[in-house]
Design a protein around this ligand. Sequence first.
Ligand code: ADE
Length: 225
Amino acid sequence: MRIDIITVLPELLKSPFEASILKRAIEAGLVEVHFHNLRDYTSDRYKSIDGTQFGGGAGMVMMVEPIDKCISALKSERNYDEVIYMTPDGETLKQGIANQLSLKENIIILCGHYKGVDQRVRDHFITREISIGDYVLSGGELGAAVLCDAIIRLIPGVLGNETSALTDSFQDGLLAPPIYTKPREYKGWKVPELLFGGNFPEIERWREEQAYLRTKERRPDLLED
Ligand code: ADE
């Protein structure tokens, strides 16, 4: 998989890809992540990427031309499955979206800034708009990092234990059950006895029940549909 990220602040985005699982995935060649600085696609001497709003109003708007040049240059090299715009008014990121996107070959992610982008960018280039939650960030970069992390960990071979992404919270529509490790007892706090019995069908039933109870208590909305 290849991810091209278009941003005015590449330095804000790079560090999540230089550590831990994302770094290993890149080093193993399971994913390529490329950063494109929008200012490299400007044509005036000030390297302008934004302008004031027609019709008046506070806040600067990202111009269509540098974005067009950048996206068109990428598209001339290969086909893209999705051109995603990170924006608080997009569809809210859910596990299912990450699952779908992890199956794609090439995607572009455009990070918004200031007030956002000229509507013509959204009308003519963007195939999908994603928000990471109902709050406003100062730019799309942190959202793009969250989206990339959620996608990349699902690519086969990225996580050590192939099954562990499948048992995440949300993968079966439920939150994950409680988990325990050594020691069996700490300060008098005990691990549930049944986990030591070796009765795996019983353990599985217990986990399913705990997942259901936890979901019912914390996120009843997930049980609605
Ligand atoms: N840009 C600003 N706020 C955002 C959000 N909540 N999600 C994605 N991109 C954003």
